[in-house]
Write a protein that binds this ligand. Sequence first.
Ligand code: ADP
Length: 500
Amino acid sequence: MKILMTASEAVPFVKTGGLADAVSSLSAALAALGHEVRIVIPRYYGIDRKKLTKLEGAMGVPVGSGEEWCAVYTTRLPGTSGKKSSAENPVTVYFIDHEGFFGRDGIYGSHAEPDFLDNPRRFSFFCRSCFQLCRKIHWYPDVLHAHDWPAALVPVFLKYGERRGVSSEEGSFANTVSVLTIHNLGYQGIYSKDNFSCTGLGWDVFYDAGFDDWNMMNLLKAGINSAGRLNTVSPNYARETLTQAQGFRLDGPLNSRRADYSGILNGIDTVVWNPQTDKYLPAPYSAKDLGGKARAKAALQRRFGLKESAGLPLIGMIGRLAEQKGIGELFGPSYGSAWSICRDMDLQFAFLGSGEIWAENEVRSLASRLSNFKAHIGYSEEISHLIEGGADFFLMPSRYEPCGLNQMYSLAYGTLPIVRNTGGLADTVANYNQETGEGTGFMFDDLTPSAIYNTVGWAVWAWYNKPEDILAMRIRGMKQDFSWKKSAKQYLELYKSAGA
Ligand code: ADP
């Protein structure tokens, strides 16, 4: 099968969240199953052109009633399938290079302008360029797989225009099907409908495809209505998004596509996230020999300036400081539970992340007042691996979580997740049963400061009173298979059901 992934992010070139991991790892997993997979993303300012190869000639892309010109660069996807040499990795990546749209700091926005005003124009251009790229390289995919709102116009363009009345010896999109994956329903690409003309589509399509959203235009909504098949990144989140409570106002359109909508759990890159080979850990370890984990804990305590102690339970946390992650209930000034957790319990807490300014300030303030709470504000691959390896527990009190990667990394590293029972967290973690010792983590239902406090308290109680259960849970988690292989096969089934 020939598959073109269209997305705004792909590791290792550009990443702001789990989307980037999913696009590259899924592509590599599909290629490993023998399929021809290519990826197309914008060439942002931060992606060095010198490391890429330029395709000959310029490429014209229709934008509204006019045309914009761009260049196309290419390279191979390195490393994601475990192969060091890029020549061995069969996934080709294309970069759409347009200085005006992508030659700036920031992917979707900047500090001064959190959501770039010209995003509808930038990503409409990008989506149209995916079709032009295929024409340029004379390669027509069986599946156009679009990811999230920045690529949501791809299925719309395919349905309303690109597929119509084209058939030539060269090939065409006549038999191409589209799939749209929703990585986070909280981000939909909603803009003033004054921007609609940049799509080049007629106003009949505005209403037919369902762009309209309270007098605005909603890119994801139009993608949902137009894609051949839809999915999100865990079965439980798929169910949740069909409800009014968690559907972000798109539960109606999703329900109307219910028969074509499913959930496929993301995998993890088991080469990068493997305690037996992790280059950031002081010593390798496995479910058979956990000795290296104790060394990772000591290294983490040293790195964060925490007291070196094997006996104190160490809680780790990594992620964006965004409302989605439950940070109000954890770090909210005066009511968040982090302060009382660290004050009342015999434990240590190591935090890595960045995001909303008030939360960054609160985290810094906690670190200055508590000797057992330390934080690194920023982004660091190295520290994230050290936390996953060295912590005993991993806290994720998410308000909602489409899939979540960190809890899977934690399970693979024998670090027990403490999570809210929501989205992909519910699909990947099994709650501890203190009667039988079963489970792989600790879960709570309500997102309240006291629920977080009590569940962390429960985990700490088990640490001190049920060490044999803690060890058994660690090993159980480490033995689970979160590789992309199973999910890649499910995506193939989805492509087939779309008609590929
Ligand atoms: P989301 O996409 O909602 O941010 P996910 O759990 O799906 O959440 O994916 C987040 C990814 O980004 C994970 O791989 C996580 O380890 C990584 N990450 C987030 N914040 C940081 C950080 N400050 N430093 C290093 N890695 C981070």
